[in-house]
Design a protein around this ligand. Structure first.
Ligand code: ADP
Ligand code: MG
Length: 589
């Protein structure tokens, strides 16, 4: 999403560069007369449009500014309407303190704000807005209807603005609060309009933003309509954790590990996933700084370090960090959209996050033995119908059918690697990626995916934006053996799962692979192989899992018969080899 917006900015920048280059080249080709570039003052209209682009680049960024204004106005209830992904229409209505007609006229001009007055005020910002440019920017590139009423005024006032110009103002009917309706976004900036994604994709971005804002402000209630359909209704929540539960479902919320740290200047409320609850993307990692969703950037590093020993490749923890700091020690004004922040003392914040994550994981660190893995019966022939193992029966059989093995397992180390002795030397195999490779090739080879149908379907609840993406993916998922049925709200029933993965996934729970698939879909990726990779990856044995010897043997045997044992489906190496030759050389024999 960001890439596109950036591409656009670059594109605009490029045009400028090309023009100035051409004028220089003009001298080298005397036949073509190119007029000298002259410095000129841009018209107010062009200036407005350029400035608007920094704040507003797509419906989701308009939505963000409008909702932040509502929050700054003390709203408790926010209603959002989105049509064609917010491109043709976007409405935000609040019950905040409203504006007088004079304030409304001022508000749509550039650099008008009620939130700061002096430079000194910049150091104590407690509101979400303060730059005084959002409404003006939106009015410059869309048609806007603004209706507002303060507590003291008997009637509301309505203002119509288009392309930066106030067209009309008149009395209107509206309860105390404000409604901003934005239609025809970028109607007068075709270059920008062109860079918008399809309405469905823009709608997904709006929903994702709403998830972030709803998480950041548990005390607010939200009602959201998209294409005339109610897609979301979240009542006010008592605490961040109950808001997380409203959005992610009780199941996830119950498993999170809460940590609270109160230190001079900092107050952190954090919720971390336990080591065995990871997912394939970072979409569910959040930092709310003084209630503002901000990019984590390298602030995530100490958290990853704390999780390091539990995470395999491509696995990411889930966490929600609510950090309150003294506004004086943070600069939120380094980014026009205020998505990035700068701390006066970043080291202190990194350290705070490190200690919080370590405390959350403390219970697991010294004695953690991974998810208990039931061991496989010694003799394969006595294997019960539905074996309780992490390796499928098929894999076990392929292992027993290969008596001419030339390798032997030396054992598992670090609960992550399996050391194998071969005639040529030693192999150190990454158990997670090796299993991923096995599961991945199973799909590539199969003409028809075998599906394990569940007698009792499993109910899974996803965040609303991910649920929306997943609903779109249902038909494609069928082709890889994932059978889902929408179950009202943001819930789904899992009715079937690829046979090769079903048993293990049923133990681990289905929400992780479904969330991974949803975010892949949201990124516009429709490739079945990619979808399968996510589903398979979630079922793969993880780093941190202790494997019995038969399990290790089954895994290595299955892995050795894959077509491409060297690399995992992401292209990373699966094993390191140390030949006897190398070993002798290194030891000087
Ligand atoms: P900023 O939020 O940075 O002050 P904006 O351009 O977003 O700048 O808004 C300009 C001003 O308009 C705000 O400072 C506020 O006084 C007023 N305003 C905007 N939206 C609302 C709203 N929903 N309710 C009350 N006042 C609002
Ligand atoms: Mg604002």
């Amino acid at each position: 999403m960001k890439g596109r917006a950036k591409g656009e900015a670059q594109q605009e920048g490029k045009t400028l560069v090309i023009l100035s280059r051409r004028s220089r080249e003009g001298r080298a080709r005397p036949k073509v007369r190119v007029p000298m570039a002259r410095i000129r003052r841009l018209s107010e209209e062009v200036i407005q449009k350029i400035a608007a682009g920094e704040v507003v680049d797509r419906p989701a960024s308009v939505l963000k500014e409008l909702i932040e204004n509502s929050i700054d106005a003390g709203a408790t209830k926010i209603r959002v309407e989105i049509e064609r992904g917010g491109i043709s229409r976007l409405l935000v209505s609040d019950d905040g303190f409203g504006m007088t007609p004079e304030e409304m006229e001022l508000a749509v001009e550039r650099h008008t704000t009620s939130k700061i007055a002096t430079e000194e005020d910049l150091r104590h910002i407690k509101t979400l807005g303060f730059r005084g440019e959002a409404l003006a920017a939106i009015c410059a590139v869309a048609k806007v209807r603004l209706v507002s009423r303060t507590r003291d005024s008997p009637a509301a006032h309505e203002l119509l603005v288009a392309g930066g110009k106030i067209l009309a103002g008149k009395p209107a009917a509206h309860p105390v609060g404000t409604t901003v309706e934005v239609t025809d976004l970028f109607f007068n900036v075709p270059a920008r309009r062109k860079f918008l994604a399809a309405p469905a994709a823009e709608a997904r971005r709006c929903l994702e933003l709403l998830r972030h804002l709803a998480l950041a402000h548990p005390e607010l209630s939200f009602q959201v309509f998209s294409e005339g359909r109610k897609v979301l209704e979240i009542p006010a929540a008592r605490s961040p954790l109950s808001r997380i539960a409203q959005i992610y479902g009780e199941n996830l919320a119950r498993r999170l590990i809460p940590v609270e740290m109160r230190e001079p200047g900092y107050w952190l409320k954090a919720f971390f996933s336990p080591p065995e609850l990871t997912q394939a993307t970072r979409v569910d990692q959040h930092l709310f700084l003084n209630r503002r969703p901000v990019k984590l950037g390298n602030l995530a590093v100490p958290i990853y370090q704390a999780y390091a020993r539990f995470l395999g490749r491509g696995q990411h923890p889930i966490f929600f960090l609510y950090l309150e700091v003294d506004p004086e020690i943070v600069d939120v004004n380094v980014h026009p959209k205020k998505e990035e922040v700068r701390f006066q003392n970043e080291e202190a914040v990194l350290d705070l996050f490190r200690r919080a994550a370590l405390r959350a994981l403390g219970a697991f660190t010294p004695t953690w033995t991974g998810k208990p893995i039931p061991t496989i019966p010694e003799s394969v022939s006595t294997l019960p119908e539905a074996s309780q193992t992490s390796i499928s029966q098929e894999e076990l059989i392929s292992f027993t059918e290969a008596p001419e093995r030339t390798w032997r397992i030396l054992g598992q180390v670090q609960r992550a690697f399996i050391v194998v002795e071969t005639p040529d030397g030693l192999e150190i195999v990454d158990q997670h990626v090796a299993h991923e490779r096995v599961l991945f090739e199973k799909f590539q080879e199969s003409t028809a995916i075998e599906v394990q149908k569940f007698l009792i379907p499993v109910q899974v609840e996803l965040p609303f934006d991910q649920a929306a993406a997943l609903r779109e993916a249902i038909i494609s998922l069928r082709k890889i053996g994932v059978e889902l049925e929408p179950f009202g709200g943001n819930a789904f029933l899992v009715r079937g799962w690829p046979l090769a993965l079903a048993e293990r996934q049923a133990k681990l729970g289905f929400s992780e692979p479904l969330r991974a698939v949803a975010s892949l879909w949201r990124e516009g990726n429709r490739d079945l192989l990619e979808l399968w990779r996510e589903v398979a990856c979630a079922a793969a044995i993880r780093a941190g899992e202790e494997l019995s010897l038969p399990e290790q043997e089954a895994l290595i045997s299955a892995w050795k018969t894959t077509k491409e044992p060297a690399r995992c489906p992401h292209g990373r190496p699966i094993a390191i080899k140390l030949t006897w030759e190398e070993l002798r050389q290194k030891l000087g024999r």
